[in-house]
Design a protein around this ligand. Sequence first.
Ligand code: ADP
Ligand code: ASP
Ligand code: MG
Length: 445
Amino acid sequence: MIVSKFGGTSVGNYQAMCHSAGIVAFDRNRTFVVISATSGTTNDLIALSAVDLNSTAKEELLIGIKNRHLEIIEQLSSAKNEAEQAFRKDLTALRQHLDLVARDKRWKDKLYAFGELISTKIFIHILKEEGVDTEWLDARELMKTDSVFGNATVDRKLLTKKMAGLDTRRKTYLTQGFIGADIFGNTTTLGRGGSDLSAALFAEALQAETLEIWTDVAGIYSTDPRIVSKAKPIEQITFDEAAELSVFGGKVLHPATLKPAIRAGVSVRVASTKEPDEPGTLIVHTSEEKPVIRAISLRKNQTLLTVKSLDMLHQYGFLAKLFQVLADHKISVDLVSTSEVSVSLTLDTAVNAANKVELTKEVMEELQEFCDLKIEKDYALVALIGNKLDETAGVSGDIFNKLTDFNIRMVCHGASENNICFLVDEEDGEAIVKLLHKEFIESKE
Ligand code: ADP
Ligand code: ASP
Ligand code: MG
């Protein structure tokens, strides 16, 4: 069986929904379907969480959400009234939720979940119109999570147990990505772009053969095609390379997606609903072709935190203490570089990062008890993804020779055979990606 996940643009309007439903109908092995909110809706909901109760901005955002969905509902051939009634009920519930005074993380997760709940309630009718006998499932009944709102972790054992009751041989199921619920019944979310992860966890629990990630580009590209128009889809990429790429900014996959797939031996395909006949990208265990540089990714909004203390000089335990504080506050660190008396760390502070980091007053105060801090913002992380990067002679020289016009703030090389990455000024990020893509990827074609 196949678990198929359709992202925001693939369910963004009536036509896109019809294409996606057609794909499900085409292969009867596609019996578990996960979808995101319609494109733009999660961003609107996040914006709603920050606007004033009586502002025109709030009304504008709500009208945007309403029109986007009513436009789809109006084009349904059957069940139009039923769908509209359900949608209006959800809109009322959304308004009521916005009227609540609490604006904490729990409140936010419940707000964000409206996007996926609404999209699935409409998409089910389109699946039925395509002749697919489908049952709608509330993901919050299946994905039981901890109570870390905004970045919840799923209880996999419980998920497997709950999924055991489904009969994917007889029926197709449709559910939401991105959302879950804690044991108290509070709605949680898995982080931005989390529908990919949801789909992978469902695929693992169902022991599916294949996980399909249907999106708006025909696979994983050699770099973000929005930055480099000559970027090309990669036919086959290994799990290791794809994991590095998604962690370092290839937005096409949520960084945690591949773990469940690897664990359960599920094969993964990334493909485009706009060009469903294109092969897309197959993620495999071993690939015959192993270029030294396969892809380049860019992640903006990076913050560099430098921690300095004379106590570090010939001392042990300093790093442990530092990382303990960060761990206590659930702060995830990406790159690390150390000298005798200081440590520099990069943190992802992008608003839509899967694991957005916030350097709160509490964390800073705790750290300042034993070291001096320096915070520098507006950096971008460039990563080159490939194979044997740790043992190929001259590779870093070749790369950095091309970048003599740019300031490279920090470099990480050697920890992984699949990646070399470095920190640059954010405003240089795209130019560097374009240049490296031309030198190391286009020139090899
Ligand atoms: P979805 O809504 O389907 O989950 P996303 O917007 O999350 O889609 O991810 C798809 C987007 O990721 C593409 O439109 C593309 O611009 C961007 N992207 C970034 N890096 C890459 C890459 N290496 N390959 C393909 N797409 C990429
Ligand atoms: N709708 C959510 C988001 O925009 C989850 C997803 O699309 O994967 O982040
Ligand atoms: Mg996505």
